[in-house]
Design a protein. Sequence first.
Length: 215
Amino acid sequence: MSPRQPPALGSLPPTRRRLLDTIKMSGPADAAGLASTLGLTASAVRQQLSVLERDGMIVFDQVRAGRGRPRHLYRLSEAGDSLYPRAYAELTNELLEYVEESDPSLIDEIFARRRQARIERAQARMSGLGMEERVAELTRILDEDGYVADHARRDDGAFLIWENNCAIFSVALRYGQACGAEIEFIRAVLPQASVERISHMVQGAHRCAYVVTPL
């Protein structure tokens, strides 16, 4: 019997999509925690988790703390994680290999040109905006690009931007220029701020995160 083909992310019922998004953005979680985050009953969440597990989109790990029953911490399976954009990573890596074989110096130029094109598109959308509005618009741009992005303002006036999915993860693992271009892009479209990467998926973190400090 062939394995069940997972549906497209956008075709899922809203509650299941919210559960997957929450696990993707926050990491492994139990049913009670997910219920609290989404404002649902634990029984409703367990019912939806059961369907997602049946469809192969999530798995769980048993974590024992003390003498009580072990907690089930749910996380995305490989199939569930693959529902989020990967930007045709295998094809991209293959093409970049051909370029690198022909002229290694062209790799830097390719990433630089991509970075500049993104900067120009973002600047056109962010023209005339204040810092907080620029951060919000940048987050929307990153989200549209497949990074499942979010942001928040800290008490000290700085902003946090999270990328919960790396749309070019396989490329970034092989070509460090991809990660360099990403932070340079963010710095270029937020020229009145200092931008520091504080969490990096390529180095094993759950997400990429940036602190944006207005100057």
